[in-house]
Design a protein around this ligand. Sequence first.
Ligand SMILES: Nc1ncnc2c1ncn2[C@@H]1O[C@H](COP(=O)(O)OP(=O)(O)OP(=O)(O)O)[C@@H](O)[C@H]1O
Ligand SMILES: [Mg+2]
Ligand SMILES: [Mg+2]
Length: 504
Amino acid sequence: MTTTTHGTPALVAYDDAVRRYDPVIGIEVHVELGTRTKMFCAAEQSFGAEPNTQTTPVSLGLPGALPVVNGTAVEYAIRIGLALNCQIAETCRFARKNYFYPDVPKNFQTSQYDEPIAFEGFLDVELEDGTVHRVEIERAHMEEDAGKNTHVGGSAGRIHGAEYSLVDYNRAGVPLVEIVTKPITGAGERAPEVARAYVQALRDIFRVLDVSEARMERGNVRADVNLSLRPTPESPLGTRTETKNVNSFRSVERAVRYEVSRQAAILDAGGTVIQETRHFHEEDGSTSPGRVKSDAEDYRYFPEPDLVPVAPSREWVEEIRATLPELPQARRRRLHDEWGFADAEMRDVVNAGALDLIEATVAAGATPAAARKWWMGELARRAKQDEVELADLAITPAQIGELQQLVDSGRINDKIARQVLDGVLAGEGDPEAVVAARGLEVVSDDGPLLEAIDAALAAQPDIVEKVRGGNQGPVGAIIGAVMKATRGQADAKRVRELVLERIG
Ligand SMILES: Nc1ncnc2c1ncn2[C@@H]1O[C@H](COP(=O)(O)OP(=O)(O)OP(=O)(O)O)[C@@H](O)[C@H]1O
Ligand SMILES: [Mg+2]
Ligand SMILES: [Mg+2]
């Protein structure tokens, strides 16, 4: 049997695998809360600080140090729970999850176990083609992050072969909320897409709730991707693997795909999938074994004796519910109605990441249709050409609004508008400034127009004759000559009027 570098049978092609097996996914998402201080102490937490400068005796796990719960973190956890349609516990406790690893200075992580702050929710996830898949949420609980190990020297990629390891406790004790789905069934071959869309929807929610910067590339949001296969949708659940710390949307999708192909190969060969954690490899989208998964009892969970239970009053919970911002899905529906875009147009806008840009452009005075035309047309084309995101183009919604107003007021035409765009993108300033500096304003004064018209009429007497004879067809040639003479800056409609007037 051929095997891959990670010692598994050769992969089964994805399409083949999902024809013969039913994938079930489970996703654990950890989000770092953007509170000023840590979960159980007053140490500040900010990204990129010098290692080990943001610690207190509590986050270093020094003997005798006593934790205190961060009230803002509890509020953020409730916000997340409510946004995910969860029930909020009337009272819940923290628990110690015991394990030994240098990044956990206390030798346990303070987490929640059988009493999460939020439970029994759901999130409707929209796929790129508009299909909606409901993901059931089992629970959302509070916990603290671990520190960060850096392994130095030794053979590359071999953690335990490193010469030495460094540990940074700045991240130890940073507040986290872990959101755990129930097993997600019914996704079939679209399991990778559902997994990705779910994590993306969560990220968007964290941002509007303002509970986290939710930057994947900084590790603010990390997903553990569980996957199992079963012969049919009616079969009992198979054995899952858990691919840890996947930190981009694309990687979530790839991790699911890879595990489907890998597990199908094992099952095809009559083998059994081992319940284990796995590492994801960005370079080739593969996963490799981590550790055989501890059962919960190996963690010797027990209630945290140093912290009182958290008992959010119903009044407080309702107050938080009442101040929840509009969530992304509701906002998309509202804008869809307000803007009057077709379903497919709206989906394209969302998928292109143009929703915020169009909204801001409309706020700057453009009609929704005009805003969409710019961002999904000319600007999308330029973004693609430069291989950048729309939002990273060197032009703002306010500038597009101004540009569109120049067009609407007849001071420039569509063709000139594209030249103005060039100028703005080249850093020549706002549209008004570019128009002035490049002398692009439409010639609206009739004086210079008449001059150009008379010259054109004189140059083409035969056409003048035809038009006088009642055939207006060839008048286009005169208009074209005038437009050329004014370098495209004339208002074509006005030119036509004047030409006909002149010919009489
Ligand atoms: N057979 C299965 N196939 C796919 N997913 C599963 C299966 N069984 C459970 N899951 C999902 O795997 C995830 C397990 O997460 P959970 O936090 O409950 O446990 P854990 O991974 O064992 O614990 P830890 O938080 O210590 O990693 C959940 O999303 C759950 O729905
Ligand atoms: Mg897990
Ligand atoms: Mg978990």
